[in-house]
Ligand binder design. Structure first.
Ligand code: CMC
Length: 399
């Protein structure tokens, strides 16, 4: 006779104290391991990489230095940083086969899917692809971090029928990315803002994409599969693609005067969510959003026009969110709300924003893969079984 299981038959789903079924939907607040990579204090707007505050890093550091910090758990000396940056610069080239592949992909494919395909193919070409040793993964990490911006820039130029621009080893990681994208060097303010954006996006604890990477790595699959999975997770609009969706939302609103009516029609009625607002961990203002917002303001004042229009729409929408969603539901605007306006000021097309995020985040994913697999245990949660068991199997001709 078909029957449902009692909770007592699934004791792993019971709260030890109350003996009630305990489901952490969305794995909220589930602590799955120890880590020394990143700490988020979501109640006090604080974020630390390896113990250093994001404000200090954004103000005083560079992306290369932050990559070194995240991977080595220490700030580099001048000499170490120079050697490390030199290594990153040498690894920027992409194999010709990958460029050929990019040329063959239909031009309407999303940049995140391009990145997923290109990283997967890079893995095919790597003779050490199955090397899951710490040193092997470290080397692959440096190679991939260095190549990701080149893939994004090449895709942009191929898609738009432009000549490819070779990486320039004299330029920093951020500066070189903008150079390869636009075919000419950019002004210092834009280069610095790109560098800071990459610092802000470099790492963020056990979010959906890092978790995906670690789940894959925990099966002792390979490094590239883990990164490809992470790219797939980041591509969702609830995660990294929110920086694209936030800009599309500003486009839909059109002008600052429309914000209030748009908000009434879409948010107050529950038809839509504000893209670039809310966070599983931050119950206070996202400290990265504050830094992106400062740059967005500088760009709005400096460049005016469409950048200022985006800024003014975002400013009014944020005011409504902070007044109406922050207090009752702890929903504040997040980094993805403001990041796109900065990228827009840098002349980057909107559909590329999540791919830029992914290029920067590869260091965080890699650090978690390396840390977790150093003391590996396969990740394998349970589900509470809410169906029936012991159903009678009826042969197909009697159904
Ligand atoms: N706009 C309006 N209401 C919201 C929003 C939002 N952006 N986010 C959450 N809520 C409401 C939601 O409707 C729910 O209300 P109620 O309790 O009345 O049903 C409540 O807040 C809790 O929402 P939830 O979906 O249970 O929260 P979550 O922790 O599962 O989701 C989130 C977090 C980031 C997916 C969500 O806030 C969201 O969808 N935000 C919009 C997309 C976005 O900006 N994502 C980027 C996140 S930050 C960077 C990154 O990770 O990439």
């Amino acid at each position: 006779m078909a029957r449902k299981l009692t909770p007592e038959e699934q004791p792993w789903c019971l709260d030890r104290v109350t003996k009630q079924v305990l489901i952490n939907k969305g794995l909220e607040n589930v602590c799955m391991d120890k880590s020394t990579i990143c700490f988020i204090d979501g109640f006090h707007s604080k974020l630390y990489y390896r113990g250093y505050s994001i404000e200090d890093l954004a103000r005083n550091s560079t992306y290369e230095e932050v990559v070194y910090l995240i991977l080595h758990d220490k700030l580099p000396t001048k000499r170490e940083l120079s050697d490390f940056s030199g290594w990153m610069r040498e690894e920027r080239d992409i194999p010709g086969q990958v460029v050929e592949l990019l040329r063959k992909i239909p031009k309407d494919i999303e940049p995140m899917e391009i990145l997923r395909t290109a990283v997967s193919y890079l893995g095919n070409l790597d003779p050490g692809r199955y090397d899951m040793s710490r040193d092997g993964m470290y080397r692959k990490t440096i190679r991939l971090i260095s190549k990701m911006p080149s893939i994004v820039a090449y895709w942009h130029r191929i898609k738009n029928g432009l000549d490819l621009v070779e990486p320039d080893p004299r330029l920093s990681h951020a500066e070189n990315f903008l150079y390869m994208l636009h075919g000419k060097r950019q002004e210092e303010l834009l280069n610095r803002a790109m560098d800071v954006s990459m610092i802000l996006y470099a790492e963020h604890e056990m979010n959906a994409s890092a978790f995906t990477a670690v789940v894959i790595a925990s099966t002792l699959s390979d490094y590239y599969s883990a990164i490809v999975g992470a790219i797939g997770a980041l591509r969702g609009p609830l995660h990294g693609y929110a920086n694209v969706e936030a800009m599309r939302q500003f486009d839909e609103i059109g002008s600052p005067e429309n914000v209030d009516s748009w908000y009434r029609e879409n948010i107050l009625t529950g038809k839509k969510r504000v893209m670039g607002a809310g966070h599983r961990v931050y119950k206070s203002y996202d400290p990265r959003a504050k830094i992106f917002r400062e740059y967005a303001k500088i760009f709005a004042e400096k460049y005016g026009g469409k950048v200022k229009n985006y800024y003014d729409i975002a400013y009014r929408l944020e005011t409504l969110v902070m007044a109406q969603l922050c207090e009752p539901k702890n929903i504040c605007t997040n980094c993805d709300f403001w990041a796109g306006i900065c990228y827009y000021a840098m002349g980057i097309p909107i559909d590329l924003y999540c791919a830029v995020f992914a290029a920067a985040r590869t260091v965080g994913w890699s650090a978690h893969i390396i840390e977790y697999t150093a003391d590996n245990r396969i990740l394998r949660p349970r589900l509470y079984y809410d169906g029936e068991v012991d159903k009678e199997f009826v042969p197909i001709d009697r159904r």
